[in-house]
Ligand binder design. Structure first.
Ligand code: C2O
Ligand code: CU
Ligand code: CU
Length: 415
């Protein structure tokens, strides 16, 4: 923080070169560096001030996915930053600890901008964060999972046609091909972000070991949930804690699933545990005292078509929904077509049911993005914030980026 107590973050969107494959530097975009951006970290109560400079050859934006903030600071399609321009949003971080992220949101070309490398993590801490593994890069490790297609020269192929846009055949973690990580703590936390345009990743270990899910998009679960796989659709985050034995090597993998947009079987990350591991404290039995989002009386229905919502495409001049400040509502997401997902800016929600059934325990916590398989109905209890602006909208959309770009998006205001 500066003398005025404000934390300032200078961020530059810029072109660069990244050597994903040895000896083959690829043209990429990055934030401050050549690919992806710095992990930002702030505490609940901090005042943060961004200076986002656009050094790209075209206009873009930077959206704070998962942040609760005024619509004018959100970085959606209405906050375009011209080439050469600087945008300076500022807000007070006021939400429970969570793994949020940032990425561009220029209408029509979000898939391309994210694919070229514009994305980063933004970790929010609160007064309970010290009770969990929290030493960045040591026992608290970001894993940004993305897919790519490389051409014969090692350049990123850009083919965003078809139903899904680009579906890559190579999976990178933090922009690294064939990555490994040296584990130093007996219990290590990974913050998994699906930063892909369309692929769904079903993540687990080659030896099928179990691990604990401790948080979903918008913060901690009530208690750790034991699983052996976690399915992560574009834009979603899960925080997991894994136990290691000294000296072992284990492989984090993607597994094939039942959807056409599952990325298939692939290696994600080799985890090499040191011969001596720092002992980690046990996980607390309860993680968050936060009450679950209770549904209010009002229900809104969103029918997901092939690339529309309720039969309409996004119109930047049309406000689709007007929500009262602080409202609790039920949003019913009725997918009448093939696989999609659904993200709402500004809010935290809880999944009430999936086709009428209670979700599995690790999907009962606070979220902002939900996977909605084909021909499935998901009901959400949504908690809206209190930043009002009658004219500046927030977005809700499918986070398959080419669907979003084609207009599978709507706008709401909080009044
Ligand atoms: Cu991560 Cu509107 O997006
Ligand atoms: Cu968002
Ligand atoms: Cu979609």
């Amino acid at each position: 923080p500066g003398a005025d107590g404000v934390k300032r973050y200078p961020l530059a969107l810029r072109p660069g070169e990244t050597e994903f494959l040895p000896g083959q530097p690829a043209r990429t975009w990055g934030i401050n560096g050549s690919y992806l951006g710095p992990t930002l970290r702030a505490r609940r109560g901090d005042r943060v001030a961004m200076a986002v400079t656009n050094l790209l050859p075209e206009a873009s934006t930077l959206h704070w996915h998962g942040m609760r903030l005024p619509a004018a600071m959100d970085g959606g399609p209405h906050q375009m930053i011209a080439a050469g321009g600087t945008w300076t949003p500022a807000w007070t971080v006021d939400q429970p600890a969570a793994t949020t992220w940032y990425h561009p949101h220029p209408h029509g070309v979000t898939a391309e901008h994210v694919y070229r490398g514009l994305a980063g993590m933004f970790i929010v801490d609160d007064e309970h964060s010290a009770e969990l593994p929290h030493t960045y890069g040591v026992d608290d490790v970001p894993l940004i999972v993305q897919d790519k297609v490389f051409d014969a020269d090692g350049q990123l192929k850009e083919d965003f046609g078809g139903t899904w846009g680009l579906l890559g055949d190579q999976v990178l973690v933090n922009g690294t091909h064939s990555p490994f990580f040296e584990v130093k703590a007996s219990r290590t936390r990974f913050r998994i972000l699906n930063g892909a345009g369309a692929h769904v990743f079903t993540i687990g270990f080659a030896d099928n070991r179990e691990f604990q899910v401790i948080a979903s998009d918008a913060g901690l679960l009530p208690e750790p949930v034991t699983v052996d796989r976690v399915k992560v659709s574009p834009g979603e985050r899960f925080e997991v804690v894994v136990d290691f034995r000294p000296g072992e090597t284990v492989l984090l993998k993607g597994f094939d699933g039942d959807s056409v947009i599952e990325a298939g079987d692939y290696d994600l990350l080799e985890l090499r545990a040191a011969a001596t591991l720092a002992p980690s404290p046990a996980l607390p039995a309860t993680l968050a005292a936060r009450p679950p989002v209770e549904p209010g009386p009002k229900t809104r229905t969103f029918k997901l078509g092939g690339s529309n919502i309720n039969g309409r495409n996004m119109d930047p001049a049309r406000i689709d929904e007007v929500v009262p400040a602080g409202a609790r509502e039920v949003w019913e997401i009725d997918n009448i077509t093939y696989d999609h997902n659904f993200h709402v800016h500004e809010v935290a929600f809880r999944i009430l049911d999936i086709d009428g059934a209670e979700p599995p325990p690790h999907l009962r916590g606070p979220k902002d993005t939900v996977y909605v398989p084909g021909k499935t109905k998901v009901r959400l209890a949504v908690a809206f914030g209190r930043h009002t602006d009658a004219t500046m909208p927030y977005m809700y959309h499918c986070h398959i980026l080419k669907h979003e770009d084609k207009g599978m998006m709507g706008q709401f205001v909080i009044v």
